[in-house]
Write a protein that binds this ligand. Structure first.
Ligand SMILES: [Zn+2]
Length: 176
C-alpha cells in the first residue's frame, strides 16, 4: 500500500523546510524528513481535544514515546466526548470515518484517545456538575473514554485502543 502522507499533509512541512533550506543554501534532499519519504505505515491514530494550551504537551508526550512522525492526529473538541455525544452528532461520524481512512491509508492498528483535565467541551456538553471536582471529573472522563473505546472495538474488534487523561502540566494518567 502506498503512503499518502505527502498528499495529506507532509508537504506543507517540507515546503517550509525547503524554503528554509533554500535560504541557507542546503539541498532539499538533505532537509526532507525521512518519514515523508518512507512507505505508508503509521503506528497509531491519536485523538485529542483542540485545546490550544496542550499542543506542545501532546507533541512532547508522543515524542517521549518515540512516536514522532509515526501517528495520524485527529482533533475534536473534547477528544472522547467529541467522538461520541448527542450535542454534535456529526462529529461521531467524523471520528469513525477517520479511523477507517487511517486503517486504509496507513494500516493503523492502534488508537490513542487522550482527554485532558479542565476541558471546556466537557463543561459545555455535560455541564459543570460533571467536572465539579477532580474525582468527579476523572469519573466523567473514564465513562466517556470507555464508551468510545467500546464503540471503536465494536467496529474494529482487533484494534488496540489506548485511553488516557492528560493533566494541564502534560502528565498522562493511563486508564485501563
Ligand atoms: Zn478540551
Amino acid at each position: 500500500m502506498t503512503c499518502d502522507c505527502n498528499r495529506l499533509g507532509r508537504w506543507p512541512v517540507m515546503t517550509r523546510r525547503a524554503a528554509l533550506a533554500g535560504a541557507v543554501g542546503v539541498g532539499l534532499a538533505a532537509m526532507a524528513p525521512a518519514a515523508a519519504l518512507a512507505g505508508g505505515h503509521c503506528e497509531a491514530l491519536l485523538l485529542t481535544c483542540m485545546d490550544y494550551r496542550l499542543d506542545n504537551e501532546v507533541t512532547a508526550y508522543m515524542d517521549a514515546r518515540g512516536m514522532r512522525d509515526k501517528y495520524d492526529h485527529v482533533i475534536l473538541a473534547g477528544a472522547s466526548l467529541g467522538a461520541l455525544n448527542d450535542k454534535f452528532p456529526a462529529w461521531n461520524e467524523v471520528f469513525m470515518t477517520h479511523i477507517d481512512l487511517a486503517v486504509q491509508l496507513h494500516e493503523v492498528h492502534r488508537i490513542i484517545i487522550l482527554d485532558h483535565r479542565d476541558c471546556g467541551a466537557y463543561k459545555l456538553v455535560l455541564g459543570e456538575a460533571a467536572v465539579k471536582d477532580p474525582e468527579t471529573e476523572l469519573k466523567s472522563h473514564v465513562a466517556q473514554l470507555y464508551a468510545v473505546r467500546s464503540a471503536v472495538l465494536a467496529k474494529h474488534p482487533h484494534m488496540e485502543v489506548e485511553i488516557g487523561l492528560m493533566a494541564l502540566d502534560g502528565k498522562v494518567l493511563q486508564i485501563v
